[in-house]
Ligand binder design. Sequence first.
Ligand code: 13P
Ligand code: SF4
Length: 303
Amino acid sequence: MNEKEMVSEIQRLKEEKNAVILAHNYQIPEIQDIADIVGDSLKLSQEAAKTHADVIVFAGVHFMAESAKILSPEKKVLLPAVDAGCPMADMVDAEELKLFKRENPHIPIVCYVNSSAEVKAESDVCCTSSNAIKIVKGIKEDKILFVPDQNLGSYIAKHVPEKEIILWEGFCITHHRVKGIEVDRVREHRPDALILVHPECKPEVVEKADFVGSTSQIIDYASKSHKKEFIIGTEMGVIHKLCKDNPDKKFYLLSQGLTCVNMKKTTLDHIYRALAFEQHEITVEEEVRQKALGSLERMLELS
Ligand code: 13P
Ligand code: SF4
């Protein structure tokens, strides 16, 4: 099958199976172009919760498909590339949180959506990069534990100084590589450009940026801005939509290392196989799902 035939086969199978394709902003261009919805983690969770489709094909990483299953248990949720995981999500586990809770029963736990169902089940509320500040501000306690991203946690701490945020030592292997000196260099080289970064970057990068936000917030900001040049400090997948929506503007990556190998594992062939053979189905044990659902629903209510 050539690419054109595969795309039409995907469309046919999608209708036959009443399926919806959700794709994260970091997916390869061919997948973004055939997806029904492309967005950041918050938008994709909201869509997963409200879709009427029977099958959700999640072009992203494991925790995203798992969140879709938690929110829509009656639907079949498929992760096309079975080994697409998120190393940051694996940096905290439920046993560690249970221990923390035994020792600190009055400290609520906020978990980044980049976490397993078991971690969500042990947390009080979830958040994404686009609503993290709002969620933490909405918690009545003065002290919280934030897991697993130390960089997003530091960003929240700066914006919610009235609360004490205990940080975990997790990080995104893609964003954490970027250095503050790279921002200085690019600023000198392209003084007219605005620097837009993701809060998964280190504080030394975030504090030098002109704008900090989730992938979709970065795309919206650049699209609405009257400026013509932008330096993008997040995974390179966002450049596709930025260029497509803004042909008159120029976009440069802040750092060469901004590629997430896990987000790049899904190909058109994987999507075709997911639909044709209904693979790979994501399941969540019911007791864990019920508890994790509480954390995700509290987040969606507060968003
Ligand atoms: P957002 O799209 O919510 O900004 O998420 C970034 C990310 O790293 C997902 O893995
Ligand atoms: Fe995980 Fe970072 Fe890849 Fe997002 S970009 S999936 S946080 S490793």
